[in-house]
Design a protein around this ligand. Structure first.
Ligand code: GDP
Length: 510
């Protein structure tokens, strides 16, 4: 009854419980996925808080009011405060893969909500427009077209207004940014390899000082929301916005990211013929990160164990890829995510199976999909379902550019329509799918080397259930706000922020 209530809610309520603005706020036809995704997406189990809903409506008004003033930002990226009035901005600079870009847009947006700023996006490194609908009605989240991107290219480590550099220059025992800051902007470097000075971004005393700066440039490949709790006033607001703390990423992803019209067509062209009509969808994401990432792997060059299951506790293949083949299958069978092939099951009668489970496999390498598909073609299984295995794209290796981003976004979105997810540790690509789905994934156990693979596998099994819906903040700060040199361990500050299950050294909200 609870589920049918949720389904009814999603069909009737295109605002997702107030999370999205009313449909009438948007131009008709501007974002077809907004009206069409309801029936194909599993409704969220979580309701956005009234405080979050109010904050989003205030944000949308602020964005409508302030974004046009950003036209003034085009002169060398700097400005005079007079021109911007009382509007303050966070300007997101894109880098890394699409999953990384999405988690950093989301982080910068949460920061903008907390600080009453307006988020504007760099539209050169990513064709944002081609991928996503505009989330804020009646305005745009892109930097103005005449924005000086040549200038933005100087917003790197060497930039004289990098926060860490300014703090370092202020001298030992001081830790302040100059007031006023030259050109009224600061570059926040939140990349995984940022130094102890840049990490002071998470300190309350620095946040107080940043309030006076109109423009903040945000370059990051981290999901930093857990770290924002370290500022007391942010912590209080975050708790009001997300009383269920581990839903921040989920709500914000569903608020911000909707496929553009052209992406929607691409997604439906795969989903409708292959995945529609199944009783249940299982999404499997195998991220290839090792050195073989740039080497196209030809599937039939692989040696594979003749019967993958027999190899459970004996020796494994000496190739990581075929080991992973085995690992993926072992995971879905051992954890009963998919049914085991059985010699006793009979399904040669049409009447023996009345329904189907669709399995969506996304990976740069199609071999994982082929193994699984062959397994279910070759084996009858118990139960009422036929198992159909599908894979939307085969990119072979990681590539950049608009066409690849489109395939990556379609894959993430299709994965996010799953009832159950198996994803790869550390992968932001998987994080995005999990957030949109509202499903805690099973993580494939990380295998560091083939030498230790057997041992790791015996100790931890092929995969394990994640502990929360939130993603991991991969490179959190050791909080050293006073500059005494021995920072606080960020996983010991709050009881609800703990080490990640998928990344050593990372923290997450649980
Ligand atoms: P992460 O590196 O796993 O955290 O995820 P990112 O999305 O940031 O970077 C990986 C990039 O590699 C993606 O954006 C894609 O361009 C590509 N990629 C990796 N895995 C896949 C996949 O399964 N499907 C597609 N289409 N692209 C992938």
């Amino acid at each position: 009854a609870k589920i049918s209530k949720l389904v009814a809610l999603s069909l009737q309520d295109p605002t997702l419980g107030g999370l999205l603005p009313a449909l009438k706020e948007y131009e008709p036809g501007q974002c077809i996925s907004r009206t069409e995704e309801g029936p194909i997406r599993i409704p969220s189990r979580f309701t956005p808080s009234p405080y979050l809903v109010a904050k989003l409506r205030l944000y949308e008004n602020r964005h409508r009011k302030c974004a046009p003033k950003a036209v003034k930002l085009s002169k060398n990226g700097t400005n005079s405060r007079k021109e911007l009035g009382d509007c303050q901005f966070v300007i997101w600079i894109g880098n890394s893969g699409l999953g990384n870009r999405m988690i950093t847009i989301l982080s910068a947006f949460v920061y903008a909500l907390l600080t009453d700023r307006v988020l504007l996006l760099d539209n050169t490194s990513t064709d944002i427009d081609g991928l996503f609908c505009e989330p804020f009605p009646g305005t745009s989240w892109l930097l103005p077209e005449n924005y000086d991107y040549n200038w933005m290219n100087t917003v790197t480590w060497e930039n004289t207004n990098r926060l860490g550099r300014l703090l370092q220059m202020s001298g030992f025992g001081n830790i302040t940014i100059p007031s006023p800051v030259p050109n009224d902007y600061i570059f926040l470097n939140l990349m995984h390899d940022y130094d102890e000075h840049d990490r002071r971004f998470f300190c309350s005393r620095i946040q107080k000082q940043l309030k006076k700066v109109s423009l903040l440039y945000w370059r990051s490949n981290n999901y930093v929301v857990p770290g924002l709790h370290f500022d007391h006033s942010f912590h209080c607001k975050l708790d009001l916005m997300f009383p269920e703390r581990a839903t921040a990423f989920h709500h914000m992803a569903r608020y911000l990211f909707r496929p553009s019209n052209s992406m929607w067509g691409m997604i439906l062209r795969f989903r409708q013929p292959y995945l529609d009509g199944a009783r249940r969808q299982v999404g499997l994401q195998v991220r290839i990160l090792e050195s073989n990432v740039t080497i196209p792997i030809v599937a039939d060059q692989r040696a594979r164990p003749p019967d993958l299951l027999k190899h459970r506790s004996s020796s494994y293949e000496t190739l990581i890829p075929s080991f992973r083949d085995f690992q993926l299958l072992a995971c879905v069978l051992e954890k009963e995510i998919l049914p085991k092939g059985s010699s006793s099951a009979e399904d040669m009668l049409l009447s023996s199976k009345t329904r189907s489970t669709s399995v969506l496999v996304t990976s740069l390498d199609s071999a994982y999909y082929e193994t699984l598909r062959n397994y279910y073609l070759e084996h009858p299984v118990e139960g009422t379902d036929y198992i159909g295995v599908y894979s939307p794209s085969e990119e072979l290796y990681q590539q950049y550019g608009s066409d690849h981003d489109k395939k990556a976004w379609a894959d993430m979105y299709l994965l996010s329509l799953s009832n159950t997810l198996v994803t790869s540790p550390r992968s932001t690509f998987g994080y995005v799918a999990q957030a949109l789905a509202g499903v805690i994934p099973w993580f494939l156990t990380k295998i560091d080397s083939l030498e230790t693979a057997n041992e790791t596998f015996q100790a931890h099994g092929p995969c394990n259930r994640g502990v929360s819906l939130e993603p991991c903040f991969h490179a959190p700060p050791a909080l050293d706000c006073e500059g005494y040199g021995n920072g606080l361990n960020s996983s010991n500050i709050f009881s609800f922020i703990k080490p990640c299950e998928d990344v050593i050294g990372g923290i997450k909200i649980m």
